[in-house]
Ligand binder design. Sequence first.
Ligand SMILES: Cc1cc2nc3c(=O)[nH]c(=O)nc-3n(C[C@H](O)[C@H](O)[C@H](O)COP(=O)(O)O)c2cc1C
Length: 459
Amino acid sequence: MAARASRNFLREALYRKANLKAFDGSRHSSSVAGTAPGTAPKIPHSSKKGMLLTGATIGLLIAGGAYVSTADEATFCGWLFSATKLVNPFFAFLDPEDAHWLGLSAAARGLVPKEKRPDPSILGLEIWGRKFSNPVGLAAGFDKNAEAVEGLLGLGFGFVEVGSVTPVPQEGNPKPRIFRLRQEGAIINRCGFNSEGIVAVAKRLGTQHGKRKLAEISRTSVSSNDDVQPGGKAGPGILGVNLGKNKTSEDAAADYVQGVHTLSQYADYLVINVSSPNTPGLRKLQGRKQLKDLIKKVQAARDEMQWGEEGPPPLLVKIAPDLSKEDLEDIAAVALTLRLDGLIISNTTISRPDPVSKNPVAEEPGGLSGKPLFNLSTNVLKEMYLLTRGKIPLIGCGGISSGEDAYKKIRAGATVVQLYTAFAYEGPALIPQIKAELAQCLERDGFKSVREAVGADYR
Ligand SMILES: Cc1cc2nc3c(=O)[nH]c(=O)nc-3n(C[C@H](O)[C@H](O)[C@H](O)COP(=O)(O)O)c2cc1C
């Protein structure tokens, strides 16, 4: 079964590579439904190379799997995660957007390893009444349409944020729109909120939610374990839903309110994204008055809905790293006055810090992410932690590629962290590595929990 699924998947991937132009218009419907094309593809030479490489990798995985079948579950799991590094050269050889599609489709079909080892207990924490088994999350933009939530959480992320989702489906900017700066560990993107829209995403999340509820009912009927396990509406992990606005929409607040009405029932937390550099005028919503009006409207929309015992999902705002001191003071004041539940710091930057500026790809318009963003976003995080006096949970994002980086963000004021670019380059093996390193950093410095380390740089 698994071998057949992998074969079909591989065939579809190669077909896609060979017929990229023909596929462009129907990318999502094809990838979501998982339909393999009817006719056998004519595979170009470069794809044959890729097929050999992947065939060899899958062979190795199967042979290795047979070899370690006598090993215990944790060893086998560690081995599987390490083995995923073997496919990184194949991914590097693909166009960035195709590589992304392939990785996401693999996760959506369960063709990625599942983390079976428990997280170190030092990494567990609770925010907004939700229990996180670890503070390392996947940032928005990777699973824009909630196609692979279960597979991605299964990789061991403490939380996954889907989106940005726009009310009406939109294509985003013309391709190519994602550019690698491999040497610098960075990406420039100008996707422009390519989204299947809130209805499609709600359907998908609703189906997953229903399945989980059924599974939970059958589980609780056979066990009476009262322990509250980490996790939220997406099962064993926390699910964030990041909301965007349509490019041509003139009423931004109405767009976010629609997102809240349609998607908040599935979310453990909601994000108003006002910081993408690729939607004209979006970042102006970070101004004091605009932000205040927007948050008030979105909070009102959320609060007038019917909520059960656990209450409405917390509301966060995701900000840019390119803001002035004055902008940050305004945002902090609004966040404190309106009792915002959290801030995500940060989105991509429109600046081109060294050494990126020397790379010709740096001239591509769009937002820069990855290693060169680390210092800039961490400085904004520090500033915001001080301005909000540690009263608002902050999610640190931007340039994290190791446990030490995650630790630095936490010391700078983040309660939990997120990453995208390093995961896109390194793949699943990076997640257990970051978690193990982070646990080591905390223990090394004598902290007993993540909580204790939050904002430690200022004590
Ligand atoms: C290709 C790409 C698409 C992205 N799309 C979104 C998006 O739709 N919404 C959003 O809030 N952030 C989006 N981001 C920004 C990331 O969520 C994150 O804030 C940023 O990449 C910094 O983290 P990193 O350095 O770990 O990648 C995107 C980033 C990349 C590279």
